[in-house]
Design a protein around this ligand. Structure first.
Ligand code: FES
Ligand code: FES
Length: 403
């Protein structure tokens, strides 16, 4: 066994491997990166295609030990990548997948092609994608999807990068190739431009206007203070964050931008989402919007969400009804716990805690320790109370109220 260290999706990963361990097994087993699929394990089908040092490679025929020190990007690492997002949307629109088994490898190869293809020539796309096999959908939708993304990007004056921007030669995964300019043939799989690592990402969130949340729902609550007082409080970012169970801020927020983290615990899984959000407020309608995105690196999960709210006068203006619309997309390991009904129930209980803390703050009282960010949010216990609440309702329905 030999010890290797790789940078996988922006994170340092080390492990022991046998000389025969291939890269796909190294990533899938024990690292939960199961988005890399194995079809033939002979280098034929392309299902296992990932990026190694920016170059698409077949991870089933690449020895892990040969990649010591290399930079690996799997399909999971392309969640927030602009080109891959456009491809995902196009694949959906053009019905370019059926069982989806070939899709991760298709997307990695297609992304590389989108970067370097001069134009959306169908013949060239077919040739370039000939190393990726699909056993069920067929290729018409796949080619149409890739073609549409290339055409749309060129129409937006995003130029092709010759050879995919490769500047070094050497075997993929060596990580120590000589700095000679590459002689990359037009037919050769060339690399994508460097993906933004966490440290090089723009400090500001780039809000994608076309993003649609997977799940949306509404929550309402009433605060026993007049609307203008609640509106002013909503403008004080630090105080609002202190009312949110498990949340804490990173750095000093501005009225338009905030960075922070939220700790959640779902059963045995504890996750800490770090992210940033843009804040919009419209005083004329007493409404606002918070658009954010974050990652939980340890659990390979990511979320993106938008919260819209509107303050309405209630009880003759003595109270305020807060109408909230929440939309989110959750990907990665934690997504399996994110079934909409559970998330909505948890959100309902969070909303109650938030409203109580808000009212306490408005009344000049300290919020409960729960909201300070110290202990974090134990969604497990919330889910337990959700389940208990559901059982109670069921028993009440079956046997009637005993009180
Ligand atoms: Fe690697 Fe088929 S599984 S090419
Ligand atoms: Fe099933 Fe391609 S969609 S193998």
């Amino acid at each position: 066994m030999s010890q290797i260290s790789l940078n996988v999706n922006g994170k340092l990963v080390s492990g022991s491997v046998e000389p025969r361990t291939h890269l796909a097994d190294f990533l899938r087993e024990g690292r939960d990166l199961t988005g890399t699929h194995l079809g033939c394990e002979h280098g034929v089908c392309g299902a296992c295609t990932i990026l190694v040092d920016g170059v698409p490679v077949r991870s089933c025929i690449t020895y892990a030990i040969a990649c010591d020190g290399a930079e690996i990007v799997t399909i999971e690492g392309l969640d927030d990548d602009e080109i891959t997002r456009e491809l995902r949307e196009a694949f959906k629109r053009e019905h370019a997948l059926q069982c989806g088994y070939c899709t991760p490898g298709m997307l990695v190869s297609a992304r590389d092609l989108v970067v370097r293809a001069l134009d959306a020539d169908e013949h060239d796309i077919r040739v370039a994608m000939s190393g990726n096999l699909c056993r069920c959908t067929g290729y018409v939708g796949i080619i149409k999807a890739i073609k549409s993304v290339i055409a749309a990007r060129r129409a937006r004056d995003i130029e092709a990068i010759a050879g995919g921007g490769r500047t070094v030669v050497g075997p993929a995964g060596s990580g120590h190739a000589s700095a000679e300019p590459a002689d990359v043939s037009p037919r050769r799989a060339a690399p994508a431009p460097p993906l933004q690592s966490a440290s090089t990402r723009k400090s500001r969130l780039s809000v994608d206007p076309t993003w649609i949340p997977q799940v949306s729902f509404d929550q309402n609550f009433v605060v026993n203070y007049p609307r203008h007082q609640v509106w002013e409080m909503f403008g004080r970012v630090r105080e609002v964050a202190a009312c949110l169970p498990g949340a804490s801020l990173i750095g000093e927020p501005t009225p338009e931008h905030v960075e922070g983290q939220i700790r959640v615990k779902v059963g045995p899984i504890a996750a800490e989402f770090r992210g940033q959000a843009e804040i919009e407020r419209d005083e004329s309608s007493y409404s606002g919007k918070i658009t954010g995105a974050g990652n939980a690196i340890r659990s390979n999960s990511a979320t993106r969400g938008v919260i819209g709210y509107r303050l309405l006068p209630a009880r003759d203006g003595k109270s305020t009804e807060v109408a909230v619309t929440i939309g989110y997309t959750l990907t990665g390991m934690l997504a399996q716990f994110g079934r909409p009904s559970i998330v909505q129930d948890v959100a309902a209980r969070l909303t109650v805690a938030f409203a109580q803390n808000l009212e306490a703050r408005l009344g000049g009282k300290a919020t409960a320790d729960l909201s300070s960010g110290g202990g974090g949010l134990d969604a497990g216990s919330l889910i337990f109370s959700v389940v208990a609440g559901r059982l109670k309702k069921l028993f009440t329905r079956l046997f009637g109220s005993r009180s």
